[in-house]
Design a protein around this ligand. Structure first.
Ligand SMILES: [Zn+2]
Length: 81
């Protein structure tokens, strides 16, 4: 597949949608996609998804209670168990 950005090796990427604005954006990872991490771990929470979506923002986004504002549309690349 050979997804590469600069010198950083991209092993997976996740398409996130901001449900408030409808805007979608890819977040690239140097590690394989992990269902656990994105559905139950740190990356399941809006506080982190907000940072991935708006990397230049200084805002500390609150953790979601219930439904996430940022949802995964799809992912690509390598996957870990
Ligand atoms: Zn959180």
């Amino acid at each position: 597949m050979g997804m590469k950005t600069g010198s950083k090796k991209v092993r997976s990427r996740v398409l996130l949608r901001d449900t408030f604005t409808g805007v979608e954006r890819w977040h690239e990872n140097e590690y394989p996609y992990s269902e656990y991490l994105w559905e139950h771990g740190n990356n399941s929470c809006d506080c982190n998804r907000f940072m991935y979506f708006y990397p230049d923002s200084e805002e500390e986004f609150p953790c979601n209670v219930g439904e996430s504002r940022f949802v995964i549309v799809r992912w690509e690349g390598e996957k870990t168990e």
